[in-house]
Design a protein around this ligand. Structure first.
Ligand SMILES: [Zn+2]
Length: 144
């Protein structure tokens, strides 16, 4: 979760499990942007999206690696903030450049490019909306 820290006078990331606070300095932002390829290509499955993906070229993590779900080979961008605090980059960028993520919501990729971190390609859905959406996508694949 990203908050505005009154003492530091800057935004900071709070790690929910430990309560650890990592200031988001301009250097931290610059380091993250160094892993973003803004010529990531246009989303193949979504010709209606007329802007290119901003593709994460840094560290990745397979989806649901630790929870036993098998979502195939989907990979999501991850980044280690100072202090070895790991963040999910698309969520981080959403919070940093769009706004807070309410607890019941998930950040969804409109472009279906799981490595994309472009804020305009991201929106919020509830968990059940997200599941329904991915089910309908699977249904569409079967129908095709
Ligand atoms: Zn995208």
């Amino acid at each position: 979760m990203i908050i505005f820290d009154e003492h530091l006078m800057m935004r900071a990331f709070v790690q929910p499990s430990t309560g650890l606070i990592v200031p988001i300095t301009p250097q931290v932002e610059d380091l993250m942007w160094a892993f973003v390829d803004k010529d990531g290509g246009f989303p193949e499955k979504h010709p209606e999206i007329e802007t290119q993906d901003w593709r994460w070229t840094g560290w990745k993590r397979k989806s649901h690696e630790n929870c036993g779900w098998n979502h195939g080979d989907l990979e999501y961008p991850r980044y280690g903030l100072p202090g070895n605090v790991k963040v999910s980059v698309h969520k981080f960028f959403y919070e940093l450049y769009v706004g807070p993520i309410p607890p019941v919501m998930q950040v969804n990729h409109l472009c279906e490019t799981t490595l994309c971190v472009r804020p305009s390609h991201l929106d919020l859905r509830t968990d059940s909306e997200n599941k329904r959406y991915s089910m309908s996508r699977k249904g569409a694949l079967v129908a095709a």
